[in-house]
Write a protein that binds this ligand. Structure first.
Ligand SMILES: Cc1ncc(COP(=O)(O)O)c(C=O)c1O
Length: 422
């Protein structure tokens, strides 16, 4: 068994008391007040997308109502205000993940685009025989771009296995690293299992072999404190919509020294310095990677979401979510016929399970009738399903606004599933 690193222990938040006033927090999220099928909505599909607080909704609405204009190129007042708000959001992101420079924050559509950007741009330096190392628990967004890159470049994709608990087998990961490993791409928190990977240790191991590391932070970003300088990752990707922000906006962090020498990902407006038919020169960072009019409202909304989460305090949020996960795990272990998928020692926010003799989709449908929203399916992680020999799981995932009463409601609704399928 792998030893639990101090990073993982910290991530368990066992000693940090929850200081979240959940009733107060819930008032910030207008959608939570509604009923579904005549029952109070119990929203436990946060790993797919989180709900949005008033602050985010207002920030987007304010942009359209008061300062809507295209950014960067305008001399008029609205354009300048829009540019200032958008660039302020970049600064908020920079501080939130402790990037060294604002130029290292590239706005993209989301995690998927961030990973594709690195695969397309950084990937151009890969040659036949080079290797890319990922893990068995990756989301399809952190598998397929590398398969495409392998097809283009002749590089080989290597996959580090997970064990029966859903933990990465670090010794195998280390064994698969070699002098031909150019890129390592790993999740910090598995969306299908809830496993927290010992990412700092894995990054150090990869760097020792001279490989660059991309961290898929889509799930980690709302739950774990991320410090890209302390992690020393080369790239970090996340989506706005999983951190209480809008859809259609996300972030690629990259070390400036790498981004500087990488070729552009897309061509168009904003990413150029000068265009002639003979030759085009490219803009400075971060704009070199931001071709075309971006999701301006989304960027501003993402800044508002991060400020909101910052004000609550990520440690307190994580402690609250951990208490919910503990509660749910204990109830799950005491429920006959329910099998947890993913029992890693370091987990956050995600409870994935199957119910004996009932397809996950049927479980999800019955829970929905009880007002409980969960995700069912392969969670865009088909290799994980294959590993555990199941076609699909039911996934309940927690956010800051969830309560212990909602955990109770989930298990009461699971009782209905048993009644229906008795
Ligand atoms: C671990 C992980 N990586 C990548 C993604 C893709 O994120 P997006 O669809 O926002 O690009 C997700 C989304 O569920 C995810 O959970």
């Amino acid at each position: 068994m792998n030893a639990i690193s101090t990073e993982e222990q910290r991530a368990l938040h066992v000693s940090i008391p929850s200081r979240i006033d959940v009733a107060r927090v819930r008032q910030d999220f207008p959608i939570l007040a509604q009923q579904v099928h005549g029952r109070p909505l119990v929203y436990l599909d946060n790993a797919a997308t989180s709900q949005k607080p008033h602050r985010v909704i207002k920030a987007e609405a304010r942009y359209y109502a008061e300062i809507n204009a295209n950014i960067h190129r305008g001399v008029h007042t609205l354009s300048q205000q829009a540019t200032e708000s958008y660039e302020a959001a970049r600064d908020t992101v920079m501080r939130f993940i402790n990037a060294a420079r604002r130029e290292e924050i590239i706005f993209v559509r989301g995690t998927t685009e961030a990973i594709n950007l690195v695969a397309s741009s950084y990937g151009q330096r890969l040659v036949p025989g080079d290797e890319i190392l990922i893990s068995e628990m990756e989301h399809h967004s952190n598998i397929v771009p590398w398969q495409l890159l392998c097809e283009r470049s002749g590089a080989l994709l290597r996959v580090a296995p997970i064990d029966a608990a859903g933990e990465l087998v670090v010794e195998e990961f280390e064994r698969l690293l070699g002098p031909r490993t150019r890129l390592v791409a790993l999740t910090q928190l598995s969306n299908a299992l809830g496993t927290i990977t010992p990412i700092r240790e894995l990054i150090a191991l990869a760097h020792a072999q001279g490989a660059k590391v991309l961290v898929d932070g889509a799930q980690a970003i709302p739950h774990l404190k991320v410090d890209v300088q302390a992690l020393d990752c080369d790239f970090y990707a996340f989506s706005g919509h999983k951190i209480y922000g809008p859809t259609g906006v996300g972030v690629l962090y990259g070390k400036a020294a790498l981004l500087d020498v990488m070729p552009p990902y897309q061509g168009g407006g904003d990413m150029i310095k000068q265009v002639t038919f003979a030759r085009t020169t490219y803009n400075d960072l971060p704009y070199k990677f931001e071709a075309g009019t971006p999701n301006i409202a989304g960027g501003i909304g993402l800044g508002a979401a991060i400020s909101y989460l910052d004000r609550l305090g990520l440690e307190a949020v994580a402690a609250h979510e951990h208490a919910l996960l503990d509660d749910a795990t204990q109830r799950a272990n005491a429920t006959p016929g329910l099998r947890l998928i993913g029992c890693a020692r370091a987990k956050a926010s995600i409870l994935s399970f199957v119910v004996d003799g009932v397809h996950a989709h049927d479980v999800g449908t019955i829970l929905d009738l009880e007002g409980v929203a969960v995700r069912t399916g392969h969670h865009c992680a088909m290799p994980v399903m294959e590993h555990f020999g199941v076609p699909a799981t039911v996934r309940a995932s927690f956010a800051v606004y969830n309560t212990h009463e909602e955990v109770e409601a989930l298990f009461a609704a699971l009782g209905k599933v048993r009644e229906v399928f008795a």
